[in-house]
Every structure is written in structure tokens, then in C-alpha cells.
Design a protein around this ligand. Structure first.
Ligand code: SF4
Length: 255
């Protein structure tokens, strides 16, 4: 018996291999050029004194931005959050990125005492018990490290796309992030999933192996599952919750 096939679906997700038609190639090239212009403009506006940073969570969109920033040697700080609960495939990808682009990534970890206290009080998998405990876990493992990563920054860059979920339909190329008090740039806001994957294929960009196994959106291992064909791309994140509550706090709008 093939036990691996019982754990995860076969690697046949068609979404990661769109047909590279001439029209799709042209659209992706144009959008990549526009994203590069936005990034260069951001460097001109915020790139001095370490005031601009890209939050890289190693999803497909973030790999497009990683490739644009590192291939074009843009002076943009790249940081990541290691919650301590990431899937093994994400750590493999981090190693691939460091090797491919000959770089060392800046990784922020949660405060060890805060994690210890949370686990002692609520249990190792408390996020399944309530939305409040899930958000508290995200607060300890993601939000507090994010606040440290963004300290002193005037703008940050994300791979958010408007078409990703009901919680992201209003995402703009540029917006003021009231929750964190700084500008937020989303160069791929108007990209489709097919355009993201067309860029990855055209430029042979490394990506998380889970994407081929029907994981379009990847976060912590216990809070991410594969989706069925036709499901929303964020359906595999905190799948036991109502879709309207499914953000970890990193990208919540105030007001
Ligand atoms: S995604 Fe899950 S494991 Fe990760 S920080 Fe949030 S609740 Fe905790």
C-alpha cells in the first residue's frame, strides 16, 4: 500500500501549470513590468534608511515578488516569520531560495516565553478550540514578531491579491495600513492565480511543493489543508471557521 498517497492527494493540481498561451505570456510580462516599476518607485520613495520591507511568507505570490526583488537586486529588505509550526515543505523552500539567489533570509521567531505560556495555558493545539484561541495563537506566533519586523518602517510590501478570498476583495496596489500605521504596497493586487503561475513557470521560480498537492494558500501546518477543485483558494486555511473571520491579523483592515 502506498501510504504517502493516503496522506496527500496526487501531485496533479492543474492550477499550478496554466497553459502558456501568447496572450497569457504578454499579460504576465506587462504585469511583471508594472510590478517592477511599483517596486522601484517604492525604493525611490521609502528605500532609504531601511524604511521599506517585503514580508515574504513563501506563498506563490511572494515567490514572484522574491524573484523580482532579488533578480533585479532591488535594495528592499526581505523578512519572514517562522511561527514554529510551518510545514516541512516551507523550510525546504527557504533553503532553495537561499541557494538559488545566493542570499540569507531574515527570519523572525516568536517570543519563546510567550509561546511557552500560551501552550501551558491552552494546550499545544488550542487553535482548534475557538476563534479567540486561534487568533491568540496567531497573535503570539505571528503578530508580535510582525510588529518587531515592521518597527521603524514607513512602508511594507505584500503579495496580497484581491481575487484570493472574500476578505481580500478590496485590496489595492497601494493603501494605508491603519492597523500597523504605515503604507502597504501590494504589487500583485490585480493579478490572477493563472498569471502568478505563468510568471513562476516562465522564470523557473522555486515554489512550495505543497502547491502541486492542492494547497493554493499555505500557512502553518496544523491550520492548512488541501482544497477540492472549485473551492476558494483560501478554503484550506482555518477551514473549520467562517470564511469572513479567516485572517490571521497580518492583513486586517481597521475602520
Ligand atoms: S496559523 Fe495556526 S498554528 Fe499558525 S499561528 Fe495561527 S493559529 Fe497558530
Amino acid at each position: 500500500m502506498n501510504t504517502v498517497s493516503l496522506l496527500r492527494p496526487a501531485a496533479t493540481n492543474p492550477a499550478t501549470r496554466p497553459e502558456l498561451t501568447d496572450a497569457l505570456r504578454a499579460t504576465v510580462d506587462a504585469k511583471a513590468a508594472a510590478a517592477l516599476t511599483l517596486l522601484r518607485d517604492a525604493v525611490a520613495e521609502f528605500g532609504h534608511d531601511g524604511e521599506l520591507a517585503f514580508a515574504n511568507s513563501f506563498g506563490a505570490e511572494d515567490m514572484v515578488l522574491t524573484d523580482l526583488i532579488l533578480t533585479h537586486r532591488l535594495p528592499i529588505e526581505i523578512f519572514s516569520l517562522d511561527t514554529g509550526r510551518l510545514p516541512a515543505e516551507t523550510y525546504t523552500l527557504i533553503g532553495e531560495v537561499e541557494q538559488r539567489y545566493d542570499t540569507k533570509l531574515k527570519v523572525y521567531f516568536p517570543d519563546a516565553s510567550a509561546v511557552e505560556n500560551f501552550v501551558r495555558s491552552h494546550g499545544i493545539n488550542a487553535f482548534y478550540d475557538s476563534v479567540e484561541l486561534r487568533k491568540a495563537c496567531c497573535g503570539v506566533r505571528k503578530m508580535e514578531p510582525l510588529r518587531r519586523a515592521l518597527a521603524g518602517k514607513k512602508a511594507w510590501i505584500t503579495g496580497l491579491r484581491a481575487a484570493q478570498s472574500v476578505t481580500r476583495t478590496g485590496v489595492a496596489l497601494r493603501e494605508f495600513d491603519q492597523a500597523n500605521g504605515l503604507e502597504k504596497l501590494n504589487p500583485l493586487a490585480d493579478w490572477s492565480e493563472a498569471e502568478v503561475w505563468a510568471y513562476i513557470r516562465r522564470h523557473d521560480v522555486p515554489y512550495n511543493a505543497l502547491h502541486d498537492q492542492f494547497y493554493p494558500s499555505i500557512g502553518c501546518a496544523p491550520c492548512t489543508r488541501a482544497i477540492a477543485l472549485g473551492e476558494d483558494v483560501r478554503a484550506g486555511r482555518w477551514w473549520w471557521e467562517d470564511p469572513a473571520s479567516k485572517e490571521c491579523g497580518l492583513h486586517v483592515r481597521k475602520g
